[in-house]
Design a protein around this ligand. Structure first.
Ligand SMILES: [Zn+2]
Length: 423
């Protein structure tokens, strides 16, 4: 397949144009791409060659007759999802990060990474960002500059998600970015220190994602940095799927991803009715996911006042305790301790903060954790707690219960922070 299909500027111009099309026209675009993806999957992907056998798909409606794909199926047979149209050695591999407690290996071509870049550039520009605004991303990874960034457009600096918040904030104050991008549980402590220490850092806009952005947290971030906060929705498997416009609706990027809201029978639900969110990224060819359940609950919302034809999504993620309270009283994002995915010997895990100085690491073994692995878990939790005096206990469990929304909550704190109240 030609790589230019994934050229960032081309994808970006398509998104800019398609967002204003009517619902019907958007649907025709996504249906055409869907049928093409299914033909590709059937012909070149071992898993689908078998699972789609005898299941004709001629229209978007027919999609509903296909089985829903779960994370565990992909985890257990990841190699069978890789398309033979790609040279396996040319693909890059990554693991989904600890937001669900189930690691799913992901394979993708270099060209496919253009999608995420185009999506973010689209979102930022629709929300008022300038092409030359400096963006700072607080994350657990650092990407090489993409083509646009090498040209000076949307230059990006990275700060470490595990670093001390005050340190990160001082760094931010010296960089003076226009745009700040991170998880709400990272943005909130920064906003608080910014206000309490009188640093007065102002931003043009903040982008939040990856966790529930509650109204109270949004308000606090927005008032501290004097800027609007925009939300988005997605996962590592689907990449970004929906973005918030200035009118406050989460728009599904329908020309790039099919989002379904399904009931227990796997069939689509009417608008407004809540069900499981299932995605089919239309651009993912090296490792296609058809009807992949993200484990979230949501519903389709009403059309948006902004006039875009893209459908709107409401995500009903429960209140997650993404904030830890350290023995010193300092608040800390759960993101600073949840990265255990690369530690071998377990299928899934959950970290519970019982009290400020006690963490219980519960895990479902696959081989089990030896002394070395346990030590590694302990040292990561301690480092995430900025070296404060905390103890880690281990507990082997046969399974980890899913929360109300169907997801495993990787980190749970039983310690109440006086944060994010008023919801
Ligand atoms: Zn809108």
């Amino acid at each position: 397949m030609a790589d230019e299909m994934f050229d960032t500027p081309l994808l970006l111009s398509q998104m800019k144009r398609n967002q204003w099309l009517s619902e019907g026209a958007l649907r025709r675009i996504s249906e055409k791409k869907l049928l093409d993806l299914i033909a590709h999957a059937r012909a070149t992907v071992p898993f689908y060659r078998k699972s789609l056998d005898g299941m004709p798909v001629r229209s978007m409606e027919d999609l509903q007759s296909l089985p829903i794909l779960s994370k565990t199926v992909v985890r257990d047979s990841a190699e069978r999802f890789v398309s033979s149209a790609y040279d396996r050695r040319s693909l890059q591999a990554t693991y989904t990060s600890g937001s669900t407690g189930i690691q799913v290996p992901l394979f993708y071509s270099r060209a496919e990474s253009a999608y995420g870049v185009a999506f973010e550039t689209h979102h930022l520009t629709e929300c008022g960002a300038g092409l030359f605004d400096l963006q700072v991303r607080i994350a657990h990874y650092e990407s090489r500059p993409n083509l646009l960034q090498r040209l000076g457009v949307f230059r990006c600096r990275y700060l470490d998600v595990r670093a001390d918040e005050t340190e990160n904030l001082l760094h931010l104050a010296s960089l003076k970015p226009g745009i700040l991008i991170s998880y709400p549980s990272i943005l909130l402590p920064l906003a608080r220190i910014n206000s309490s220490e009188g640093l007065g850092l102002r931003l043009k806009l903040a982008l939040s994602g990856g966790e529930t952005l509650t109204p109270a947290v949004r308000k606090e971030i927005s008032s501290s940095f004097g800027c609007p906060v925009f939300d988005r929705y997605g996962s590592m498997e689907s990449s970004w799927a929906a973005w918030e416009c200035r009118e406050g609706s989460l728009h599904i990027q329908e020309d790039m991803v099919v989002v379904e809201i399904v009931g227990e029978d796997g069939k689509g639900l009417p608008d407004g009715k809540a069900g499981t969110i299932v995605v089919t990224p239309l651009w993912r060819r090296a490792m296609p996911f058809i009807r992949y359940s993200l484990g979230d609950t949501g519903s389709f919302g009403p059309p948006c006042a902004c006039g875009r034809g893209l459908r709107t999504l409401r995500v009903a993620r429960g209140r997650q305790d993404d904030i830890l309270v350290l023995p010193s009283g300092k608040i800390r994002s759960a993101r600073s301790i949840n990265l255990m995915d690369d530690i071998p010997g377990m299928l899934s895990y959950q970290i519970i903060q019982e009290n400020p100085s006690l963490f219980v690491f519960r895990y479902v073994p696959s081989g089990g954790l030896g002394a070395k692995e346990r030590k590694e878990v302990e040292s990561r939790i301690r480092a995430g707690c900025l070296g404060e005096e905390v103890r880690v206990e281990f507990e082997v469990v046969p399974s980890i219960a899913r929360g109300r929304t169907g997801k495993i909550q990787t980190v749970m704190s039983k310690v109440r922070a006086d944060a994010g109240s008023g919801e």
